[in-house]
Design a binder for this molecule. Structure first.
Ligand SMILES: [Zn+2]
Length: 395
């Protein structure tokens, strides 16, 4: 079995029409605005707190769990919020709770100061913020993470965005240095016959998927393709095809999935963060059409559909909304309406899961990547038949 059936549940058939879904989403946005507190920002959900007990003291300010991600969403949806005030309060809280050393270590795009300052650049730009971002991205070049969430693949996106928005030439050089480090660490793996990024923390770990692995890194590089040479783009396309084929697991009954780590023997997950939904989201929008690749992506999509929604809940990272995004990406590549239908059914299921969780915990989960707010963004994308993952496809 290429997925663990215990992690999935039967699709609930709900006859939601578009109005019902829009009403749910606007109520969720209204509630998000109402639950904002000018001192402590948004409430932290018990399930997010379990991931990081330390956050109890200062809350989440980052793009993944925290207020920066919420601001990103609200801005995309043209909501009236005092963005300047909220991003400055987020940064202030973040800074006063960390030493300079801790800030340098944690300067990632998704969980650290780089993401918060990138939003500050959007809502309240300043020369000081530009310089701080330059320093943080520069210091981050030699970090041991080789992934988009924590590593310099994420901060490459930040350097690219800063160059675009400020036209400050320092970011051209910084982009080049970061990109060179990323290509240098993309190495041939003789055991698995493809080019992979490994993470080095004493022990070497080689993740495959979107959040912590090679495919997420490829997506980050391709986000910045305007600054890549045609040779680099060709190399990425060729290596991506090899990776998809070499690392795919195919069962006799037609299922396709990829492991979380190259050497893992566990039943693979089916999340955005680990497994085929994230891999589809990372590559299906740019990889040239190819019979072998297309068949793998379509069979992987069928496997996600067959497995059903995730019991874990609604989130983009490891929940039903993230898997719905994979269907929408497949629609964009193959233009087959079946993927829109499936994405819509998973969206309706996500809404049901969100309502249940709200009953259980007494509140929504105000987080873009782990919480209910991913539903709002998924609905926005579905209405346009265009899948753009926050930060990875659109900033
Ligand atoms: Zn996850």
């Amino acid at each position: 079995m290429l997925f663990n059936i215990e992690r999935h549940e039967k699709l609930r058939v709900k006859n939601y029409n578009n109005d019902d879904i829009n009403v749910f989403c606007s109520e969720l946005i209204d509630e998000t605005i109402k639950r904002f507190h000018e001192e402590t920002l948004w409430p932290i959900h018990k399930l997010d707190l379990e991931k990081d007990e330390e956050a109890k003291e200062y809350g989440f300010k980052d793009l993944y769990f925290g207020s920066s991600g919420i601001l990103w969403l609200m801005h995309q949806l043209n909501q009236k919020i005092n963005y300047k005030e909220v991003i400055n309060r987020s940064l202030e809280l973040y800074l006063c709770q960390r030493s300079d050393e801790e800030r340098k270590e944690a300067s990632s795009l998704f969980f650290g100061e780089v993401g918060i300052r990138l939003m500050k650049n959007k809502f309240d730009p300043s020369l000081e913020n530009t310089s701080k971002l330059y320093d943080l991205i520069h210091t981050h070049i030699d970090n041991p993470f080789n992934e988009v969430l924590y590593g310099n693949q994420g901060t490459l996106i930040a350097a690219f965005e800063m160059l675009k928005s400020t036209k400050d030439d320092r970011f051209k050089q910084l982009f080049q240095e970061t990109k060179d480090a990323i290509f240098k660490s993309w190495k041939w793996n003789d055991d698995f016959k493809c080019f992979l990024w490994a993470q080095n923390f004493g022990e070497e770990l080689t993740f495959i998927g979107a959040a912590h692995g090679t495919f997420g890194n490829i997506q980050a590089l391709m986000y910045c393709k305007d600054l890549l040479s045609s040779d680099e783009v060709n190399l990425i396309n060729n290596r991506t095809k090899e990776l998809l084929i070499e690392l795919s697991l195919c069962s006799n009954d037609g299922d396709v999935n990829w492991r979380a780590r190259v050497d893992s023997e566990k039943t693979p997950l089916l999340h955005w963060c680990h497994g085929s939904p994230g891999i589809i989201c990372s590559v299906s929008h740019f990889l040239p059409r190819d019979k072998e690749v297309d068949e793998l992506l379509l069979r992987a999509g069928e496997t996600i559909w067959k497995a059903g929604p995730l019991k874990k809940g609604t989130s983009l990272c490891h929940g039903t909304s993230g898997n719905s995004f994979a269907f929408l990406k497949l629609y964009e590549r193959f233009k087959d309406e079946i993927w829109i239908e499936r994405a819509s059914k998973f969206l309706a299921h996500s809404i049901e899961q969100s309502k249940e969780m709200r009953k259980e915990f007494g509140d929504y989960r105000y987080s873009l990547w782990t919480g209910d707010l991913g539903i709002v963004w998924l609905n926005h994308c579905l209405k346009r038949n265009h899948a753009s993952l926050p930060i990875l496809d659109i900033i």
